[in-house]
Write a protein that binds this ligand. Structure first.
Ligand code: F6P
Length: 355
């Protein structure tokens, strides 16, 4: 058996842990030959691959990023390198020429959508859910999320020092795209006083009221805002538009916008910090190392059983799997009645919506 592995979309802590687990399980349990595809689907177009064996994956469990490289603009059905042409035929021909019996695809919703289309064209595929945003459907957790939340929590702990010492309002802006999972869990873990999510549009008045109430009492306020959060009646804040990307909008900057709006309305100084790609880099947490390893092993089981066209999932504490078409191209926002939202409200965190 000859199996390929690729990592698509943005990098994420735990990618190497999955590559390691899939490779070792396929070699140990199936006697398979394993080939890594470089830079996501791009490597199947530019024909860049590398052999993956036991020495190749030694010592990579705790390494951030991906030893295979990745790409978040490469859609073979609309390839930027060929003026938007569909290059799936030559891609599939190359996979056949390599002698691949199947492909393990590690990625987020966009990557799963491409994997699903290739599966429909006859390429046997198994998916592994990756994203710090935790916004993939049918899995309670994607690996990388816990690591991102740990960065946000530590950042808030550090920002609180300055907030308290100077009597300031400190704003931390998190990633997460159109879902507020990172801001919600990171904000709760970092004791934010205000948490603003894309799923719950906020009013400036509610945020001002909370900061003003704290000025004479606690003397400082810690705000955790998701990059996709928006004021009621306003659009999300776009940092950049990448015309050549299948997902062209890059969000960012809403924290700085909020700081400028709040400053004239408060006595305290207001500062904003954009956490950015710091949340995506570095070594995975122990939770993510274990989850990525469990996902990788389970993906190898699906390959061994010939259960193609499925993505590995985590439901509660149990690893399972779901058909790729149920996840491809879909997002999973935070339900506004989620237990953690209720807990936040219950302990007095403002979600900016006056509820
Ligand atoms: O999907 C992961 C993510 O990190 C989002 O949270 C963020 O909006 C986006 O990727 C940033 O992408 P890029 O690395 O292209 O700036």
């Amino acid at each position: 058996m000859h199996i390929g592995i690729l990592t698509g979309g943005g990098d994420c802590p735990g990618l190497n842990a999955v590559i390691r687990a899939v490779t070792l399980a396929l070699i140990n349990e199936c006697g398979a030959r394993v080939t890594g595809i470089r830079r996501g689907f791009l490597g199947l177009i530019t024909q860049e691959v590398m052999a993956l064996d036991v020495p190749a994956v030694a010592g990579i469990l705790a390494q951030g990023g991906t030893i295979l490289g990745t790409h978040n603009k490469c859609d073979p059905f609309h390839y930027f390198g060929a003026g938007g042409a569909d290059v799936s035929d030559p891609l599939l021909a190359y996979a056949r020429a390599l002698g691949l019996d199947g492909l393990v695809v590690i990625g987020g919703d966009g990557t799963m959508a491409i994997a699903h289309r290739l599966a429909q064209r006859g390429l046997p595929v198994v998916g592994v859910p990756k994203t710090i945003d935790n916004d993939l459907c049918h899995t309670d957790r994607s690996f990388g999320f816990d690591s991102a939340v740990a960065v946000v929590a530590e950042a808030l702990d550090r920002l609180e020092t300055t907030a308290r010492s100077h009597g300031r309002v400190m704003i931390a802006e998190t990633m997460g795209r159109y879902a507020g999972w990172i801001a919600l869990e990171g904000g709760m873990a970092g004791a934010a006083d205000v948490i603003l999510l894309p799923e719950l549009p906020f009013t400036l008045d509610a945020v001002v009221q909370r900061c003003r109430a704290r000025e004479p009492r606690e003397g400082y306020t810690l705000i955790c805002i998701a990059e996709g959060a928006r004021e009621t009646g306003h659009d999300m804040t776009v940092a950049q538009t990448l015309a050549d990307s299948p997902d062209p909008l890059r969000l960012g900057g809403v924290g700085a916008v909020l700081a400028r709006q709040l400053q004239p309305l408060l006595n305290s100084e207001v500062r904003a910090t954009l956490l950015g790609h710091v949340q995506r880099g570095g070594s995975p947490t122990p939770f993510d190392r274990v989850l990525a390893t469990r996902f990788g092993w389970h993906a190898a089981q699906l390959v061994a059983q010939g259960r193609w066209g499925h993505m590995v999932t985590l439901e509660g504490a149990a690893i399972g799997n779901v058909a790729l078409d149920a996840v491809a191209g879909r997002n999973r926002p935070v339900p506004t009645d989620h237990a953690l939202v209720a807990a936040a409200r219950g302990i007095g965190v403002s979600l900016g919506d006056n509820a």
